[in-house]
Design a protein around this ligand. Structure first.
Ligand SMILES: *[C@@H]1O[C@H](CO)[C@@H](O)[C@H](O)[C@H]1NC(C)=O
Ligand SMILES: *[C@@H]1O[C@H](CO)[C@@H](O)[C@H](O)[C@H]1NC(C)=O
Ligand SMILES: *[C@@H]1O[C@H](CO)[C@@H](O)[C@H](O)[C@H]1NC(C)=O
Ligand SMILES: *[C@@H]1O[C@H](CO)[C@@H](O)[C@H](O)[C@H]1NC(C)=O
Ligand SMILES: *[C@@H]1O[C@H](CO)[C@@H](O)[C@H](O)[C@H]1NC(C)=O
Ligand SMILES: *[C@@H]1O[C@H](CO)[C@@H](O)[C@H](O)[C@H]1NC(C)=O
Ligand SMILES: *[C@@H]1O[C@H](CO)[C@@H](O)[C@H](O)[C@H]1NC(C)=O
Length: 551
């Protein structure tokens, strides 16, 4: 009896001790993270995680205790998500700077300049033991050289077009012949020297683009599956704001299109899988689960449903099906079961997750501030009133931005490179810089894509894209180098030299072209010819046409 009592007392003491330790940790957490995100996320797995702070990567990664490194280790395609380990489980002393406490995942208020913070693999790159910053860019994917330049991407695209065809359909269909005819007509497009609406310098081949666009308007029919439950499927209005808005706006316009949508799947050239990658993450990702396998399974089940119910998927193994997804995880979520589909994705890394130029489509990432008025704040100053040479502001996501800051923060009065700017109403300061800078730096974050590319164009600023292996939007048709500057990540120290080497007259030409290309990057409440909706659809159509392989 006495012994029992004794051990009971022991247990009580132990419980007490644990409680005290826990309380102390909680207090630390609370002091360090005034918003208490970590704590709340611990207790409410389904409440959207708020933005947390990021001091990333740690200045001296060798100081991160081994346990953190091991936790954050990422193997190729195994998605043990390294983020969101409750920092409460780690000694507070390592919490603030360790990558595990990164402010990640969903933004509850995706209004303004918030970057995607979604990567699985970039954590690994920046936190693996003491190899300072990598300037050769991402490299653990694929077998190509270190960096694929824009001209090499051109070659890849040409090569892919020439060599790859989608699988021969299991049985023939009249639509295959229509696509083949379209291909012939595009390849033999009448030569256009000048066009009132399309400046030839902006396009890879304006004759082909114009012909293809006309044929799309004349021919294309899209079937949208009715299956799929809201809000992940069929609910565009959930994603009309913030940095993922292009998937929401596309879905909204596609569903509403009387012109392109057909109710008869037999006459469809393309089949749309109408889901939102953003809602998929928001609804199904289990905070701290370190995995998105369940998200992949959810999509797999959907495919099983439509391939069981209809014959269309099986006819082409999905190669006439497409998806439009802006979330960073979209490539990895879709690469296994939807790999044959035409995948329009913001995260268009030609060396990652099987992104295939000529099949997949680089979807523009657009920041939408007002879902009522997507053109709010559109435009900027004329070149003479652009007083800042180069501007960047943003969170220290990924391994490149700290390098950019290291070289250029407060180093030169003409170069304004900041961490995230202090909050201002409607993001006023950020937008003001975009409107009054000559060049806007679009430095990759965790992933290659950044909303800055389209933001720069939107505000009339010449984009300077620093993101190795990033395929820019509408790469099939736009001659990006005529209106944007591409810098290799390793050339960050030469940023200023490179920019000042661009003559004033050349700059004026580029800026003029930025203004001319704007029409292709604008969302309208009602779609208009050549706008971003039609351009996205066109790139999907174009890739379908050039891969057609009739029986
Ligand atoms: C998250 O970010 C906010 C500001 O955006 C910061 O105040 C907070 O401390 C951060 N939380 C963590 C866990 O770093
Ligand atoms: C992040 O936290 C650090 C200190 O941990 C602080 O200096 C910095 O201002 C914070 N950044 C943001 C965006 O809140
Ligand atoms: C971390 O992983 C390495 C290699 O896998 C291993 O040698 C080391 O013991 C691990 N460290 C800890 C703390 O688990
Ligand atoms: C993923 O994990 C499985 C089992 O854990 C392992 O067999 C496989 O090799 C891993 N894949 C990669 C790419 O590391
Ligand atoms: C990065 O570049 C350096 C020097 O150019 C080279 O030695 C190294 O192998 C490269 N690393 C990778 C992973 O490509
Ligand atoms: C553009 O395509 C058309 C049709 O294929 C071709 O005749 C023309 O030579 C091409 N122009 C350029 C500049 O490649
Ligand atoms: C399509 O193929 C799958 C797998 O082979 C099969 O289970 C399914 O029944 C097929 N669908 C139709 C409509 O025949």
């Amino acid at each position: 009896m006495g012994q029992k009592l004794h051990s009971l007392m022991e247990t009580k003491r132990l419980v007490y001790l644990v409680a005290v330790v826990f309380a102390v940790f909680m207090m630390f957490q609370y002091l360090e993270f005034p918003y208490g995100d970590v704590i709340s996320s611990l207790f409410s797995a389904n409440s959207p995680q708020k933005l947390k702070n990021e001091s990333f990567p740690p200045k001296d990664s060798s100081q991160i205790p081994q346990i953190v490194k091991n936790i954050t280790h990422f193997h190729g395609s195994n998605y043990t998500k390294p983020v969101s380990i409750p920092s409460i489980l780690l000694p507070p002393s390592i919490s603030p700077s360790s990558p595990t406490t990164l402010n990640t995942t969903t933004q509850s208020d995706p209004k303004i300049d918030i970057d995607t913070s979604k990567s699985f693999h970039d954590f690994d790159k920046s936190s693996s033991a003491n190899e300072g910053p990598q300037v050769n860019g991402s490299n653990d994917h694929g077998t190509m050289g270190e960096v694929v330049t824009i001209s090499e991407m051109r070659e890849m695209l040409g090569h892919n077009r020439a060599s790859f065809r989608s699988m021969k359909p299991r049985w023939s269909s009249a639509v295959d012949q229509e696509l083949l005819d379209a291909k012939f007509q595009i390849e033999n497009a009448p030569f256009i020297e000048n066009d009132l609406t399309l400046d030839p310098s902006l396009y890879v081949n304006v004759s082909r683009f114009k012909r293809s666009y006309e044929l799309m308007e004349k021919t294309l029919k899209v079937y949208i599956y009715k299956e799929g439950e809201k809000p992940i499927f069929h609910q565009p209005q959930a994603v009309l704001k913030g940095i993922y808005a292009s998937e929401g706006w596309f879905m909204k316009h596609m569903k509403a299109s009387k012109h392109f949508v057909t109710k008869k799947p037999k006459e469809a050239h393309l089949f749309y899988l109408p889901f939102s990658s953003r809602m998929l993450e928001e609804k199904l990702y289990v905070v701290d689960s370190h995995t998105h396998k369940n998200l992949i399974q959810y999509l797999k089940k959907y495919l099983d449903l439509i391939s069981g119910r209809y014959s269309f998927w099986n006819r082409t193994s999905g190669s006439d099906h497409f998806l439009v997804a802006c979330h960073d995880w979209a490539p990895s979520e879709t690469k296994k079961y939807m790999n044959n589909c035409i995948r329009a994705m913001c995260n268009s890394d030609v060396k990652n997750e099987g992104f295939e130029l000529g099949k997949d489509v680089a979807l523009p990432e657009t920041t939408i501030q007002s879902s009522k008025n997507p053109l709010k704040q559109f435009g900027g100053q004329p070149p003479s009133k652009r007083s800042t040479l180069a501007f960047f502001a943003g969170r220290m996501h990924g391994d490149l931005r700290p390098i950019l800051l290291h070289h250029w923060e407060n180093k030169d009065p003409e170069i304004k490179i900041f961490k995230k700017l202090p909050k201002s109403k409607n993001n006023k300061n950020y937008i003001e810089y975009m409107k009054t800078s000559k060049f806007c730096i679009c430095a990759k974050g965790y992933e290659v894509n950044s909303p800055r590319v389209v933001e720069a164009i939107f505000y009339g600023c010449v984009p300077v894209i620093i993101s190795d292996n990033f395929a820019p939007p509408f790469f099939e048709v736009l001659n990006w180098e005529s209106f944007a500057v591409f810098l290799k990540e390793k050339d960050v120290p030469n940023l200023k030299n490179i920019l000042v080497s661009i003559s004033d007259s050349r700059y004026l030409v580029m800026q003029e072209r930025v203004k001319l290309v704007q029409q292709h990057f604008l969302w309208h409440v009602k779609p208009v010819k050549y706008d971003i909706f039609h351009m996205i659809l066109h790139s999907i159509w174009y890739n379908r046409v050039f891969r057609v392989n009739p029986r």
